[in-house]
Design a protein around this ligand. Structure first.
Ligand code: XMP
Length: 513
């Protein structure tokens, strides 16, 4: 049984980050909602449990609590922020529900650590921690001692070594907490006794063995989009079952220039599998003829994709196993809001009722995105595929504003290829999170070769962001913008003007439609 740590989710904003930090220590961990039953935890038999932060006050009757028997399971627990307050409150300590802001701490706090405590043993006695709390603990439960303090926080950390229960009021998982990673390491290795054997090489070996055992001599079909997740899933399945795997790639003609060929070449040349490419640009374009409304376009592209894909599967591969590239963040049940409501599992929505597979295989379902990328690299996928920028499901369809025609798609593909080429050449691509061009559907007057032109406008969009929820427009140097403008106008037919989008998100979105 693999060594597991549970991150018990009380609705904090850093929960996935905590899980990532644990995995960076080569310890496998799962995020579970606080509604998970103690029996389930016993069954998993984790090496340790981490209580996350959360937005609530432990005194609020509606706040998330956990049956106190969890403290009697003999499993080490680390409570973070709200998790620390909950531990104190549940075990008889005192938490002050701050009514004024004088004691709340948000941001960096100068913190004194007691190095006798195993959690802080490898740190200096003083450092900066990152706080975000209003309530605070003013008396620790019996059996606990105070192990860190700040000017405003009498209990910045507490410990009961005998029961292996630890709490920190601050957030060791964020970069701003100096030595935060060491604190988590100490908890995992010195307190929980983890060995740290969760590595991507062993993940590949184990998963390949599991898939082989599950599939036997039957077939597996995978919908391959050319995105990171489905590509890595395809590579892994190919390693496990070779030509028993069929990847179905629907090329709706709305991908970037030469991208369909690139995907086909990658998977037919580098991997052993059956690769089926369905070229259906004409069908898509005829369905989209005359349609300008963005939502209607998205709907048509989505529905048509679904129909083409499932009709092919129904006719040729509607048995054996169905595989897809679901990754861990796609399926985490959050402790936020109505915790009983479980996020719909997207494969169950996707498979039409009349197609009955023997089972669903999701080989990446336990991995975070960067772990998926690491697996992709180890399996030999090209870097440009593994490190691909996000690309919207409806493809270039949402970047051709107004009616989508074959000619306009081609213009967009050419301009986009120039943008990518220039960004790679000048090395600026690595500064950007995402960049692309848009055809806004505006025609403007120009003069080229002494003659009047009336042609399309191209807009360049480039953003920097950590999470795509908010984004800043990228401050691309003028000389690069100048080169881009020259090349796009000179090399793309029907384009006579280029503009640069200087809108952040919010108020804009990254895409234009
Ligand atoms: P927005 O435009 O919402 O984009 O600020 C945020 C990120 O999501 C991508 N995006 C999509 N991805 N299907 C997708 O799979 C879509 O319909 C879609 N729309 C936007 C966008 O490229 C950006 O990375």
């Amino acid at each position: 049984m693999k060594e597991t740590v549970i991150v018990l989710d009380f609705g904090g904003q850093y929960n996935q980050l905590i899980a990532r930090r644990v995995r960076e220590c080569n310890v496998y961990c799962e995020i579970l909602p606080y509604t998970v039953k103690p029996e389930k935890i016993r069954e998993i038999a984790p090496k340790g449990i981490i209580f996350t932060g959360g937005p609530n006050s432990v005194y609020d009757p509606a706040s998330p609590h956990y049956p106190p028997e969890i403290f009697e399971l003999g499993i080490p627990i680390l409570g973070i922020c709200y998790g620390c307050q909950l531990m104190a409150y549940s075990l008889g300590g005192n938490v002050i529900s701050a009514t004024d802001n004088s004691v709340s701490e948000y941001g960096k706090a100068e913190t004194d650590y007691n190095n006798d405590c195993v959690i802080f043993k490898s740190l200096p006695g003083h450092g900066v921690s990152w706080m975000s709390h209003r309530d605070y603990i003013d008396r620790v439960p019996d059996g606990f001692r105070v192990t860190a303090t700040t000017a405003n926080c009498p209990v910045a950390a507490m410990a009961n070594d005998e029961k292996k229960l630890y709490g920190v009021q601050f957030h060791p998982e964020v970069n701003h907490t100096e030595g935060g990673r060491e604190m988590l390491r100490s908890f995992l290795f010195d307190v929980c006794g983890c060995k740290g054997e969760w590595k991507m090489d062993s993940f590949i070996e184990d998963t390949v063995a599991q898939i082989k055992a599950q599939v036997g001599d039957r077939g597996v079909v995978l919908g391959l989009s050319g995105g990171v997740d489905s590509s890595v899933a395809a590579a892994l399945l190919s390693r496990a079952v070779g030509r028993q795997l069929t990847c179905v790639f629907v090329d709706q003609g709305l991908m970037r220039k030469n991208e369909g060929d690139f995907v086909e070449n990658t998977f037919t040349k580098l991997f052993d599998m059956n690769f089926v490419r369905i070229n259906c640009q004409e069908e898509f374009l005829s369905k989209l003829k005359g349609v300008c409304d963005p939502e209607e376009k998205r709907n048509i592209i989505g529905t048509e994709f679904y129909n083409v894909f499932w009709n092919k599967i129904r006719d040729s591969y509607g048995s054996g196993f169905f595989a897809q590239g679901t990754i861990y963040p796609d399926r985490i049940e959050s402790g936020k809001g109505d915790a009983a409501k479980i996020k719909t599992h997207h494969n169950q929505v996707g498979v039409p009722k009349d197609i009955k597979f023997e089972g669903i295989i999701e080989p990446l379902k336990d991995l975070f995105k960067d772990e998926v990328r690491a697996v992709g690299e180890k399996l030999g996928l090209p870097r440009e595929l593994v490190w691909r920028q996000p690309f919207p499901g409806p493809g270039l369809g949402v970047r051709v504003i107004g009616e989508i025609t074959a000619e306009r798609v081609k213009t967009l593909q050419e301009a986009d290829a120039i943008l990518r080429d220039e960004m790679e050449k000048c090395g600026y691509a690595k500064e950007l999170s995402q960049f692309f061009v848009v055809l806004p559907g505006v025609k403007t007057v120009g003069v080229m070769g002494d003659a009047r032109t009336y042609d399309e406008l191209v807009a360049i969009r480039a953003v920097t962001t950590d999470d795509f929820m908010t984004a800043d427009w990228a401050k691309i140097p003028y000389d690069i913008l100048g080169r881009l403008s020259n090349r796009i106008i000179n090399e793309c037919e029907h384009v006579n003007r280029v503009v640069y989008d200087i809108t952040s998100k919010p108020p804009g979105t990254v895409e234009w439609e």
